[in-house]
Design a protein around this ligand. Sequence first.
Ligand code: KG4
Ligand code: ZN
Length: 342
Amino acid sequence: MYSFSMKILGIETSCDETGVAIYDTEQGLLAHTLYSQIDLHALYGGVVPELASRNHIQKLLPLVRECLTQAGVTETDIAGIAYTYAPGLIGALMIGAAFAKSLAYAWKIPTIPVHHMEGHLLAPFLEDQKPKLPFVALLVSGGHTQLLEVKAIGDYTLLGETLDDAAGEAFDKVAKLLGLPYPGGKYLAKLAETGTAKFKLPLPLANKRDSLDFSFSGLKTATRLLIERELNNETETTKADIAASFETVMIQSLTQKAVRALKSTGHNTLVISGGVSANQRLRAKLAEVALKERFEIFYPRLDFCTDNGAMIALAGAYNFKTAQTQSLNIEVKARAMLYPSR
Ligand code: KG4
Ligand code: ZN
């Protein structure tokens, strides 16, 4: 990071959260504001891209104003504007990028394009207890499930990723089958608290012991078949037991691969980020394993596990060297890799 003080405004609009924050390279996070569109999309059982874009337009400016007030700064104090350029919903990304470019043009400051997953990856650095490099990162969100080796900030190697559904996506799909609201991850976790993991579901890729890849579609299908089988017996208790059974296998798979990645790289620090890292049973299980296997775990605070502007502002500060002063071109990508391909 930089030894001089610099304030970066961060803007996140890749999906259904409008996040804005101001990060100072010396003082840390000064302010953050967030508008979640969950209620808007819940009606449709999933994110409606056009509605997401329109809502980002409405929310961005008020959130920026609120953030400046919260931080007690004015636009002349801001050195650059970081925004999510990929991956995500293309329309939503374009709103954030166009907004960031226009504001930066008016304020005569540069913009810094940030990869959304690098934002998640660096989110634990917003905390007082920062992870020690090098480390293994487990990124578990609604769109991604990846294990990365992080030798330095900006030096990322992919160790493994999901071959099909992302962990959050599987949580959401199973939650939907259980009749829970969208996005269902946290509702499924809540329901699982009252259940027992009494149903046996298959551990993904059980016969590929050395693989660091994930696969959740088989587990999802097995859970769907279980729900269909138990349909006549669908009491709240059965639903809770199914939720607990699914969550147990999901956690077992994530934990097993994370430990395997630590062993194969020889690192003893694990960073976990992304929406699913808010899961309390996952945290408890990892804490238990960390004690036994002697590694340290770093998470972002709960508010910064899911999408937010703070992680984008922070990643922007780390990437200030890539700041664009001239270009007004808007380059966003629905898909983009954070690491060199395997
Ligand atoms: O990182 P995120 O906010 O958005 C993406 O970049 O995808 O992650 C959202 C995902 C959703 O699938 C949501 O259901 C899941 O994170 N999630 C959880 C929990 N809280 C959020 N999954 C399991 N347990 C939770 N407590
Ligand atoms: Zn995310």
